[in-house]
Design a protein around this ligand. Structure first.
Ligand code: PRP
Length: 178
């Protein structure tokens, strides 16, 4: 499969440090609950926490989408919920990519029901032109065009998550969106 590099591991390392610096400044003196969205976010989250200068705890959530994901976020369900109480706490959701916005807008609404003190979202990649529902992340690693990307946690049929760099897969070779 033809792959073209989009972001090198060195560039990613620099960008993640910048994001972590911004987050550390914004949350100075507070403890943050970081919630990683499985599976794709695990690599980004692992790098992010090692660059933060604030106390943090981590948890994970896993979501599944049924149907076409084109009608409403009602097709998304939580298959693994967080185990950490977040009421009254500062929560930062960490995600690998936002595309239609359906997943994160659903998750944010669900987490708000648990009454966190604050709730923000940090995404590594943002495909803004693909939105079906309005969604704006608080921290964005890179805005990218509507191309299929793999590596750094992102998969193509469960392959390539391990790649340290981010690649674009060639046109016509993308079996699904990312
Ligand atoms: C991807 C990504 C987001 C979602 C974004 O997950 O990690 O959770 O899709 O798409 P959206 O904005 O259109 O809702 P995916 O379903 O590929 O699962 P994975 O993280 O396990 O690879």
């Amino acid at each position: 499969m033809k792959k073209e590099i989009l972001f090198s591991r060195e560039a990613i390392g620099r960008r993640v440090r910048e994001l972590a610096d911004g987050i550390s400044r914004d949350y100075e003196g507070r403890e943050v609950v970081l919630i990683g969205v499985l599976k794709g976010a695990f690599v980004f989250l692992a790098d992010l926490i090692r660059n933060l200068r604030i106390p943090c705890v981590i948890d994970f959530v896993r979501l599944a989408s049924y149907g076409s994901k084109t009608v409403s976020s009602g097709e998304i369900v939580i298959t693994k919920d967080i185990e950490t109480p977040i009421q009254g706490r500062d929560v930062l959701v960490v995600e690998d990519i936002v595309d239609t916005g359906l997943t994160l807008s659903f998750l944010v609404e669900k987490l708000k029901e648990k009454s966190p003190r604050s709730l923000k979202v940090c995404v590594f990649l943002d495909k803004k032109e693909r939105r079906k529902v309005p969604f704006e992340a608080d921290y964005v690693g890179y805005d990218i065009p509507d191309r299929f990307v793999v590596g750094y946690g992102l998969d193509c049929n469960e392959q390539f998550r391990f790649l340290p760099d981010v690649y674009v897969i060639g046109e016509g070779e993308s079996p699904n969106r990312h």
